[in-house]
Design a protein around this ligand. Sequence first.
Ligand SMILES: O=c1[nH]c(=O)c2[nH]c(=O)[nH]c2[nH]1
Length: 299
Amino acid sequence: MNIVLGHTQYGKAETHVVRVFRDHEPHEIVDYVVSVAVTGDFSDVHLTGDNARCLTTDAMKNTVNAYAKEAGDAVRQPESFAAALARHFVADVPQVERARIQIDATPWDRLPSGGQPHPHAFSKRGSYVRTVTVTDDGTTAHVVSGVRDLVVLKTTDSEFHGFYTERYTTLAPTTDRIMATSVTAQWLHTDADVDWGKSHDRVLATLSGTFAGHHSYALQQTLHAMGEAIIGEQPEIAEVRFSLPNKHHFLVDLSPFGVENHQEVFHADDRPYGYIEGTVRRDDAPDPGPDAFDPGQGW
Ligand SMILES: O=c1[nH]c(=O)c2[nH]c(=O)[nH]c2[nH]1
């Protein structure tokens, strides 16, 4: 009896690349999670550990990132991007016989701002849930409205520098970065005579418009600006609580491949993430008791 090697394939799964087209206004983005798998003449690496023909999965990740810049207009659609990548692997790497590229593309819509689609701020399509918590002690009802999983992103107008540095600080300061977060927010009403639907729409419009229009020096500052705008716009709202994961987008270093990257190709990192939480309130806001806000938010 002989033991033989059957079918094999290998590749890099789930490279999350965000490409910003920013050489014109409005900016455009594509957001792809790309998986590469190849088959071919790879028996040596399995049988003897001879890696001479083994294209590294790290190189596959690099190819995805570099092609996000180099593949030109093909990047704009996942089909043409996948086709360009697949053809590269079979045409340019002799030992690859078949290449399989899978892409999950996330659609983003422009955030409305002042009634107009914003040129460089986006929200993830269909992402959010409207939430409400009502507590009633027999005398008073507290209505806390909210939103969960509202994913928003801006391709510019965000800086982060001048921060405290110590032995473990390695983060490079930046004057231009992608800022993205998944907004969870809850807000307390002091008036029950409210058109709830309109009020919710208005809060979201204020929140979105502020995120889009505010030039940010930190996500913490954006949190405050959004809360301030919501209460300023709707004084019947006494308090807003935010939980904002900082969805980091790291600039990919394409210089080893001779490709320039002027804030165009980003790795959308999954975890860890900064977690920015805070409350903005009127100083005369009533105490709603311990459980009017859903404590699951992080308090
Ligand atoms: O807006 C930010 N706030 C931070 O506190 C922080 N920390 C960090 O590493 N990046 C950022 N960004």
